[in-house]
Structures are given as structure tokens and as C-alpha cells.
Design a protein around this ligand. Structure first.
Ligand code: SAM
Length: 215
């Protein structure tokens, strides 16, 4: 199996350099989340694939409680060291399995740059609809499928070996995301397609973002 097919193992290897690598997708994602208009004051938030905690720290500033899931030990270790203990409960968990939180217990579910590594979106939307309170929101931001179809995907140079690792990724179309949320009974509030600053007028969007609400 190529190293990248073991997604958790690949991110364990990427963890040491993930924050320092040049990565316009990671940086644009941070901007998109922060300008999403999500109101998180006093909210209970579940984060999927928190990685090194780039967004977790921002979520924790406003939220009452953040539960942050990731299945890479290496990424979680970095996230834990970035945040003071207390407001965030980190859990090593595979988001393809039922989520370790009670039904109707969350005001927001946030997933950034994680679902490209998940083959089946259906269980993700079903779990989001289960754990959200009525009125709760699901925010997703992903590498745009147009770029994936153009051959781009998450990859990094392993600092330990110099090897280029392509992390196993799946293409989900815009309609896969939209219809997946609708099929789980969620309402689509907003769909965004974002270019990085200075992109050529005919450039493909870098990120796809979606905001759903549980009725
Ligand atoms: C590109 S990083 C994004 C991290 C963070 N959300 C961010 O925006 O910087 C993808 C993260 O998703 C995690 N991940 C991928 N598939 C996962 C799964 N099935 N369960 C839990 N975590 C997963 C990886 O371990 C990695 O930390």
C-alpha cells in the first residue's frame, strides 16, 4: 500500500511540518471559516478532523465547549500543545464511525479540509443531523472538486525522508455535498466558491464551502 493510502499514518508524518509548509489551501480555509458569519458565542461545537488545531483555537475563543475529533495521533498532539487545557476536549476518533457525542447536543459542527479523505459522505451528513440541535449549523469547507478533477490533491514532502506523499483523497462533486446534506434533512443556507487573493479571473475556485442548518 502506498504510504498515502493510510490517511492517519500520512498525517502522522505530515504533523511536524503541516503548520510551517507553504499551503495556500490551509491559509485560505482559515479566512473562509473566520468570515463565514457563524455565531459561536456560548455554543457547543464539534470539529471534525481538527488537525493541528489551526481552526480549533479560533473556535474555542467564542464557543462554550469544543469537542475536536481527529484520527491522527501526530496531528492531535500538535493541536493539544497549541491550546491551553480546558475549553477543548480532543478525542482520537475516526469520523467515519458514529461520533462520540449525544444526539441533539451540538450547536455547530465544523469540518475543514477533511471530507476529501472520506469516501462516503452519507454517514457524515446523517451524523451531523443527529448531533445538531434544532437550528444548529453544519459548516464545511473543502478543496474544490474542480481542482481535484484537474489532478490536484493533498500532498506533502515528508521532512524525515524527503519523500513526496500523496494522501488518499476522493472527489465529491458540488452536488454530492448539496444533495448529501438535503438527504439528511438539512437546509442549505449558503454555498461559497472562493479564490485566493490575486487569482486570475478565469482561475478555478480553490475552496468550496457549505453552510447547512438543522430545521
Ligand atoms: C488537511 S488536514 C485539515 C486539518 C484542519 N481541519 C485544518 O483545516 O487545518 C485533514 C485532517 O483530517 C484528519 N482526518 C482525515 N480523515 C479522517 C477521519 N476519517 N477521521 C478523523 N480524522 C480524519 C487528518 O488526520 C487531518 O488531521
Amino acid at each position: 500500500m502506498p504510504a498515502g493510502d493510510d490517511v492517519a499514518g500520512a498525517y502522522d508524518r505530515w504533523a511536524a511540518s503541516y503548520d510551517a509548509d507553504v499551503n495556500p489551501t490551509r491559509d485560505l480555509d482559515a479566512l473562509v471559516l473566520r468570515s463565514s458569519g457563524l455565531e459561536l458565542g456560548g455554543a457547543d461545537v464539534l470539529e471534525l478532523g481538527c488537525g493541528t488545531g489551526k481552526n480549533t483555537a479560533w473556535l474555542a475563543r467564542a464557543a462554550r465547549r469544543v469537542v475536536a475529533l481527529d484520527f491522527s495521533r501526530g496531528m492531535l498532539e500538535r493541536a493539544r500543545s497549541r491550546l491551553p487545557p480546558g475549553r477543548v476536549h480532543f478525542v482520537r476518533h475516526d469520523v467515519r464511525q458514529p461520533w462520540p457525542v449525544r444526539s441533539s447536543s451540538m450547536d455547530a459542527v465544523i469540518g475543514n479540509l477533511v471530507l476529501e479523505h472520506v469516501a462516503e459522505l452519507g454517514p457524515i451528513f446523517t451524523e451531523a443531523a443527529r448531533v445538531l440541535r434544532p437550528g444548529g449549523r453544519l459548516f464545511l469547507c473543502e478543496f474544490h472538486p474542480f481542482r481535484q478533477w484537474g489532478g490536484r490533491q493533498a500532498r506533502f514532502t515528508d521532512p524525515a525522508t524527503g519523500e513526496m506523499i500523496h494522501v488518499r483523497a476522493y472527489v465529491h462533486s458540488v452536488s454530492d455535498y448539496v444533495n448529501g446534506g438535503l438527504a439528511a434533512g438539512l437546509r442549505l443556507l449558503h454555498l461559497g466558491e472562493t479564490h485566493e487573493a490575486g487569482a486570475a479571473p478565469d482561475a478555478l475556485p480553490r475552496l468550496l464551502s457549505l453552510l447547512f442548518q438543522r430545521p
